[in-house]
Design a protein around this ligand. Sequence first.
Ligand code: DHB
Ligand code: MG
Length: 189
Amino acid sequence: MGEDTWTAVDEYIARQLIGEDAALDAALQSSAEAGLPAIAVSPPQGKLLHLLARSIGARSVLEIGTLGGYSTIWLARAVGQDGHVLTLEADARYAEVARANIARAGFADTVETPEYFSWALQRTRSGGLIVADNVIRDGAIVDPHSENPGGLAARRLHEMLETEPRVSATTIQTVGLKGYDGFTLMLVD
Ligand code: DHB
Ligand code: MG
């Protein structure tokens, strides 16, 4: 059992629990046509972000890394008519593709995309939830000699969480159509 099975299972989950979705499908297609890397969250992961945001009644979401706006559309659908998604993308070309995808999904007024990463330091409200993607990276997180920057960043994150009393966190390993990776959920007290 390996990547082929993980991908088949993700496709099964998406067929049964998500189905065809014109705006999301168009976002992935236009992202591929524009040559963006195929690293958006998987459909089941996108729906997880949506359900997490809904489950805490999120009205305001900060996303770091818009890419083509696929996850952004999932999040925009979670915050309701009066909600907001602030999404940051450093690459102007990706942001342009995302803007069109988000507008096509009907959320042009819900999602703002400023150019700077400094907003990343914005504080999260008590009861807010922070989700960090790509923290496992094929197991690089437990290899202190790994040169994988994602692995190093994930280790730093976990060291910070060890001593951060405001945050209750867990990390879940995942397999799927994007291989072996995982995410950290951090609930802010
Ligand atoms: C990469 C980035 C992601 O956000 C992801 O989910 C998978 C891979 C990457 O940069 O390779
Ligand atoms: Mg990711």
